[in-house]
Design a protein around this ligand. Structure first.
Ligand code: RTP
Ligand code: MG
Length: 141
């Protein structure tokens, strides 16, 4: 499998729980490398643009409200099959359906406050990485 990059966001609920380190440790233990990272408090415009694919969905307003409710940690993760590997580590969108031992099973409370985001395809990963990081902010290792 090829080396890939994916965008990960530790969402406001997990930052508020002081779980940044625990979550990043899971990525590193699974063989993913952090090649870029920053903490940001998203504006409505930035969060809405990030989730633009969901603009017409009934949960869009709540999603943007939640994503702007506190700081997040945005990272680029690199590794073999990084996109699928990260989605496996995250677990299902609804934490009640997330497999035991996944990040969402262990740290998330609800489908709205679900601890992490991860890109869902190579196309999303490319768009999402460039949405947050310039090339000079990514450190290949
Ligand atoms: P994410 O984009 O945040 O990584 O989550 P995901 O791929 O697992 O789920 P997605 O379908 O992309 O939805 C984005 C976020 O919107 C919220 N959502 N709420 N109430 C609902 O039915 C519903 N569906 C989705 C979730 O917080 C989800 O993470
Ligand atoms: Mg998604």
């Amino acid at each position: 499998m090829a080396t890939e990059r994916t965008l990960s966001i530790i969402k406001p609920d997990a930052v508020a729980k002081n779980a940044i380190g625990d979550i990043i440790a899971r990525f590193e233990k699974a063989g993913l490398k952090v090649v870029a990272a920053k903490m940001v408090h998203l504006s409505e415009e930035k969060a809405g643009g990030f989730y633009a694919e969901h603009k017409e969905r009934p949960f869009f307003k709540d999603l943007v409200g939640f994503m702007t409710s506190g700081p997040v940690v945005v990272q680029v993760l690199e590794g073999e099959g990084a996109i699928a590997k990260n989605r496996d580590l995250m677990g299902a969108t609804n934490p009640k359906e997330a497999a035991p031992g996944t990040i969402r099973a262990d740290f998330a409370e609800t489908i709205d406050a679900n601890a992490v985001h991860g890109s869902d395809s190579p196309e999303s990963a490319e768009r999402e990485i460039s949405y947050f990081f310039g090339n000079d902010e990514i450190c290949p290792r």
